[in-house]
Design a protein around this ligand. Structure first.
Ligand code: UDX
Length: 454
């Protein structure tokens, strides 16, 4: 099929490349000339495992092209995907200005039947407005349909998420659009849920908000674990083995970030309020998430005492491993607060570039491309993203380079007992600082490395 994808961000680029890989002819459009020129040179604007290869392969076999000319793309396609950004406004509302702009452009270009599909994450009833805009702007005798086809791509795993989806959601208004989208997605051999456009839009907001709710829930339980010397990793494991709960998205940490959860939770709260419903649970989810970073900062202060002039090593800046994306990353708010207190930050991330990160904070930090250089003469080490690189480091060397053996881990990547035996003060999330075993004979609680009552 001939497809146009309007917007070459994380969603548009993965969608276009994967549709091309499935045998379709795809034209990806973006108004950013530099992005398009780079893509035509094989330069991908962000890190996503496997994306560069799949783009190179499909541009080589002429199934995938990049242009700034939306007219060329729309006139040569039957299905047009809208994958532009829907950033958050100051009040949490989705900013749909780019969706409307692109919709109006498409309307003015189409001269015969097209299926226009919103794939950007949008509030419920956006599809109705897309249809209304096209009716208003397109020439009178043009026939078109509008559909909703939300994406469920997580960064760092996006190609896999596209090619092996749990489900495909298509919100359509008639059989013709349903047939077209079913034909397009058949090669993926995945369950296809057919709904109206409003329900499809709600599936997306509700799914992301539910996943964010799971994260804020487990982070709340982690706080109770800290007050009762319980271990959130064990609690989470015990919960997740219940098939009704499921083990995914039950990892306690320093809160969710990224370009989706924070934005989608706020947008869902906003549209619900607009429709007369106060989404109290999601308000709480968002509040709990903010508190995760405050709790982590308190751990730093409780263990460093004075922050000013301290050298603080930071491992991990991206909002999660597998990506160089720092949008809404907890690292930004944590590092900003430490800079406000005049700490010296020495940062390392396997993918995030110095330029990228410095644009997001208005303070000076030292960037290193060697992980051990960050800890040399540092007063503590913070772990903010659970990159695998950090799990394999030489901890004895880490201890020898630090001014004091203090690690504050926001992602629980190390084993408590191992850290204790190495002589670290190891502070993590929702877990005891020392490994305790209950002596089942006389029911005492002992630390594992010294047999005294505590
Ligand atoms: C998410 C959804 O997973 C995806 O389906 C949707 O299309 C886009 O938004 P993404 O934001 O890329 O994907 O990352 P995800 O893996 O969902 O993680 C989001 C945030 O939650 C990250 O900051 C991550 O660190 C955090 N997280 C995730 C936790 O803190 N604990 C968990 O158990 C899982």
């Amino acid at each position: 099929m001939d497809i146009a994808v309007i917007g070459t961000g994380h969603v548009g680029l993965v969608t276009g490349a994967c549709f091309a890989d499935l045998g379709n002819k795809v034209i990806c459009v973006d108004k950013n000339e530099e992005t398009i020129n780079n893509l035509n040179k094989g330069i991908v604007p962000f890190y996503e495992p496997g994306l560069k290869e799949i783009i190179t392969k499909n541009t080589k076999n002429n199934r995938l092209a990049f242009t700034t000319d939306i007219k060329e793309a729309v006139l040569n396609s039957l299905i047009i995907f809208i994958t532009v950004g829907t950033p958050t406004k100051y009040n949490g509302e989705s900013n749909l200005v780019y969706v409307e702009k692109v919709t109006a452009q498409i309307a003015e270009i189409i001269n015969s039947y097209r299926l226009i599909v919103e794939k950007s994450t949008v509030p419920v009833e956006t599809g109705i407005w897309v249809k209304h805009t096209i009716k208003l702007k397109a020439s009178k005798n043009v026939v078109f349909d509008v559909a909703s086809n939300p994406e469920f791509l997580s960064e760092g795993n996006a190609i896999n998420d596209f090619m092996k989806p749990d489900r495909i959601v298509i919100g359509v208004e008639n059989e013709k659009s349903e047939k077209l989208l079913k034909e397009l997605y058949t090669p993926l051999n995945a369950p296809i849920i057919v709904t109206d456009t409003n329900s499809a839009e709600l599936i997306k907001h509700a799914s992301n908000s539910f996943l964010a709710t799971k994260i804020s829930f487990i982070n709340s339980v982690a706080e109770i674990c800290e007050k009762t010397n319980a271990d959130i990793e064990k609690v989470s494991k015990g919960m997740g083995l219940d098939s009704r709960i499921g083990k995914k998205f039950l990892k306690a940490g320093i809160g969710y970030g990224g370009s989706c959860f924070p934005k989608d939770v706020k947008a869902f709260i906003h549209i619900a309020k607009k429709k007369g419903f106060n989404f109290d649970i999601l308000e709480a989810v968002s509040e709990v998430n903010k508190k995760c970073q405050e709790n982590f900062l308190k751990k730093i202060k409780d263990n460093l005492w004075i922050i000013e002039d301290k050298n603080i090593a930071v491992w991990g800046l991206s909002f999660k491993p597998g990506t160089d994306d720092i949008r809404e990353a907890p690292s930004i708010s944590i590092i900003k607060k430490l800079l406000d207190e005049k700490a010296h930050i020495k940062a390392y991330d396997p993918q995030v570039s110095e330029k990228q990160f410095k644009n997001s904070i208005d303070g000076k930090i030292e960037f290193f491309d060697n992980i051990y250089d960050t800890i040399n003469n540092s007063d503590c080490l913070l772990i903010l993203t659970e990159w695998n690189d950090f799990k394999e480091v030489d901890l004895k060397k880490v201890k020898s380079l630090l001014n004091q053996p203090l690690i504050i881990d926001g992602r629980n990547i190390y084993d408590i007992e191992k850290m204790q035996n190495l002589g670290f003060t190891y502070i993590s999330v929702g877990r005891p600082t020392v490994n305790k075993k209950v002596d089942y004979n006389n029911n005492q609680i002992f630390s594992t490395n010294n047999k005294e009552n505590i």
